[in-house]
Design a protein around this ligand. Structure first.
Ligand code: S3P
Length: 418
């Protein structure tokens, strides 16, 4: 349990860790590519360490020097491997597709939380390509058997970058053409990286098409993670002024800025530049009185991981906010509709659970209290922000899980974890 004191002001300049989604893909794709790649500013959070462990088990060589990785790829993955994906949904879902295309057998598994998350959403579209992917009652462990794949046209019912990426990573080994169409565009890091690695890929709105391709290693300079920056941006909006440096502002990821626009938060993007195919900026956020917002299904994918934090901001905004179309939150590292509602209520806010979102009635001040993370990194970090902004502070129970995506989160807040 970690005590968090409330603060009158919160200001400062912050360097955030590398982007989790980009790091996963840089390691995974280069591990199956021709050549050697250097990845700079990689995130070494537990989820990305899981990806490194799996790719080594499959035969790639990965040397780590701080946040710089040197990946020597192998086009032929080792057969019969057991791949421990830890807590990481991105690792297990993308890798299921990648391995299915390599005509090898493998078992993919993870911790208790990962084993409760849906895997049929990956197995079913991969079956359309002819893959043999068996789940355990729709969950991990997942067993892949060798099969020759045939391109297919896949229509996704949910907007999911993990499912889309799994199909694309299988599609680059399939005969013919593979297309994936999603209802709303999800993050496009896989598409960008495949294109940089020489894959045959075409994008037309929400439809992505790939053909059989060999990947060439590509160096990647990973931008800082907007999902990690979001906590410090929120503290700027609530309590002072913050500057987050070198943050990735890929438009499929910046829903937090859309939420800021609606909430009326004052922010600016400084020093905009392109690095490694991804746009970055320094984000300056200033304390603002916020107003209630409405978010619906099409707003959700670009802020999917920031929704607990956005809901928290709504708890401090004037009026009644409504977030719907966010049923996917039920199948994240925790049921984030339930855990976010509990978080807001425990610190004195007014939040009602909907089947696919929340109704939040904002208050000027929240008293503080104790919040369980339920071992979900995003809930632990959202709780810390809520407590700093509250009247009396409180405790985060089981805070260490922030190491999944942001190992030095509490250090950056100036808090030493007991
Ligand atoms: C991710 C995609 C998102 C997100 C997750 C990372 C990725 O999941 O929630 O934290 O790197 O592709 P879905 O695509 O399943 O929504």
């Amino acid at each position: 349990m970690q005590q968090i004191d409330s603060r009158e002001y919160f200001s400062g300049e912050f360097e955030l860790p590398g982007d989790k989604s980009v790091t996963h893909r840089a390691v995974m794709l280069n591990s199956g590519a021709d050549g050697v790649a250097v990845i700079e500013n990689a995130l070494m959070g537990e989820d990305c360490v899981s990806t490194c462990r799996c790719m080594r088990a499959l035969g790639a060589k990965i040397d780590v020097d701080g946040t710089t990785l040197r990946v020597s790829g192998t086009p032929h993955f080792r057969r019969g491997t057991e791949l421990n994906c830890g807590n990481s949904g991105t690792t297990i879902r993308l890798l299921t597709g990648y391995v299915a295309g390599k005509q090898i057998d493998a078992k993919l598994y993870g911790d208790e939380s990962l084993s409760s998350r849906p895997m049929k959403r990956v197995a079913e579209p991969l079956a359309l390509l002819g893959a043999d992917v068996r789940t355990t009652d729709g969950h991990a462990p997942v067993y892949v058997s060798p099969k020759l794949l045939q391109g297919a046209d896949v229509e996704l019912k949910i907007a999911s970058a993990q499912v889309k990426s799994a199909v694309l990573l299988a599609g680059i080994s399939a005969d013919g053409e593979t297309s994936v169409t999603e209802p709303v565009k999800s993050r496009d890091h896989t598409e960008r990286m495949l294109s940089a690695m020489g894959a045959d890929i075409a994008i037309d709105g929400n439809r992505v098409t790939v053909r059989k391709s060999t990947l060439k290693a590509v160096d990647v300079c990973v931008p800082s993670d907007v999902s990690s920056a979001a906590y410090f941006m929120a503290l700027g909006a609530l309590k002072g002024e913050t500057l987050c440096k070198n943050v990735g502002i890929n438009p499929t990821r910046t829903g937090i800025l859309t939420a800021f626009d609606k909430l009326g938060v004052s922010y600016s993007l400084l020093n905009r530049r392109v690095s490694g195919g991804e746009e970055t900026a320094d984000i300056l956020v200033k304390k603002t009185a916020m107003r209630a917002i409405e978010l619906t299904a099409e707003d959700i994918p670009s802020m999917i991981d920031e929704l607990p934090l956005v809901a928290l901001l709504c708890a401090f905004a004037e009026g009644e906010s409504r977030i719907t179309g966010a049923k996917e939150l039920r199948v994240k590292e925790s049921d984030r509709i339930a855990t976010t509602t509990e978080l807001i209520r425990n610190i004195g806010g007014d939040c009602e659970e909907l089947p696919d979102g929340f109704i939040i009635r904002g208050k000027k001040k929240l008293c503080g209290g104790n919040v369980d993370s339920y071992l979900d990194h995003r809930i632990a970090m959202t709780a810390a922000v809520g407590l700093i902004a509250s009247e009396k502070g409180g405790n985060v129970v089981r805070p260490e899980c922030c190491a999944i995506s942001f190992p030095d989160f509490f250090d950056k807040l100036g808090i030493k974890l007991y």
